[in-house]
Design a protein around this ligand. Structure first.
Ligand code: NAD
Length: 303
């Protein structure tokens, strides 16, 4: 018995890299999977590999950010496999550039594929789960695993489009978790690291023997969140790679100031906030660098 026997999953961007590894792992756990990617032989090859291993898979190629394509993914899951239980949003692209050099197209492409791509599938999947929950008179089995990135935690300087899209995906995850909880939806986000086409230049070639940064190291967390244990997990953000799964804490209030007279003047703020931001030169405060020491296996031991 697999933990996902009888379940139906959609995985976007499943033609290679993390999406392909996640789709294979979901299928190995018993799920029937609908795989999306841009049309091409890569997607068909992943479908064939899952079938050759004894799994059930169907391709639904197309641009993940396309409205009709998102609807077609859910329709394919329902018509081909009888329902939908799990949505793994993973498709992505990079168009790295400093913000002052970035073109309109580079911005729009990344925001479209990542943020709109997550929204469109979520829109149709949650509508399906809401209907199913109302028809059944109880919460649906409904899992969403979204794909963010540590770029959103760090404000990746050369990726303003990507960092913004990934921050948006975390917010979308929280809004979905809150807005759809009553229908059974559990929505979480992962910030993975893996040696793929997207990161090959950064990480370099795989070592001889087992690769600690293989996409297969990320996939078990996706299976976990998609499975029975995921019932108790929602609105969480994970960092996952190699041998690490880290659960992020929420942003906290670092300091709060109250105006003595009930409202602030700029001069009073100068005095009150001045000590908090006394550091020279000023550096971004709203970043999370605690995940960086987890990076040894990715970029080598920190010097
Ligand atoms: N690899 C990492 O270390 C890392 C780190 C942080 C986040 N991520 C995220 O993980 C996800 C997967 O990345 P990966 O490393 O496997 O990259 P990848 O380039 O190997 O795979 C991305 C897949 O998305 C597909 N895709 C691109 N545009 C699409 C579209 N419009 N419609 C449908 N499919 C589309 C591509 O064809 C490709 O198969 C991405 O969202 C990425 O941002 C990866």
């Amino acid at each position: 018995m697999g933990s996902l026997d009888g379940r139906v999953a959609i995985v976007t961007g499943a033609g290679q890299g993390l999406g392909a590894a996640e789709a294979r792992a979901l299928a190995a756990a018993g799920a029937r999977v609908v795989l999306n990617d841009l049309p091409g032989p890569a997607l068909d090859a992943v479908v064939e590999r899952i079938r050759a291993a004894g799994g059930e898979a169907a391709a639904c190629p197309g641009d993940v950010a396309d409205w009709a394509g998102g609807e077609a993914l859910v329709t394919t899951a329902v018509e081909r496999f009888g329902g939908l239980d799990i949505l793994v949003n993973n498709a992505g692209v990079l168009r790295d550039r400093m913000v002052f050099s970035m073109s309109e197209q580079e911005w729009d492409t990344v925001i479209r594929v990542h943020l709109r791509g997550h929204f469109v599938t979520t829109r149709f999947a949650t509508a399906y789960w809401r209907d199913r929950s109302k028809a059944d008179g109880r919460p649906a089995y409904a899992r969403i695993v979204n794909t963010a990135s540590e770029a959103f935690l760090l404000g990746s300087a050369g990726q303003p489009n990507y960092a913004a899209a990934k921050g948006g995906i975390v917010s979308l995850t929280l809004a979905t978790a809150r807005g759809c909880a009553r229908y059974g939806v559990r929505a979480n986000a992962i910030c993975p690291r893996a040696r793929t086409a997207m990161t090959g230049d950064l990480m370099g070639p795989a070592p001889d023997g087992p690769d600690p940064m293989a996409p297969e190291r990320v996939a078990p967390l996706v299976v976990h969140l998609a499975g029975p244990a995921g019932e108790r997990i929602t609105g969480e953000v994970f960092v996952v790679h190699s041998d690490v799964v880290a659960v992020l804490g929420p942003p906290t209030v670092r300091a709060a100031f109250h105006a003595a007279t009930g409202h602030w003047t700029a001069a009073e703020l100068d005095a009150a906030l001045g000590t908090l931001f006394a550091e020279e030169p000023p550096r971004p405060g709203f970043v999370c660098e605690e995940t960086l020491p987890l990076a040894a296996a990715t970029f080598g031991e920190p010097s």
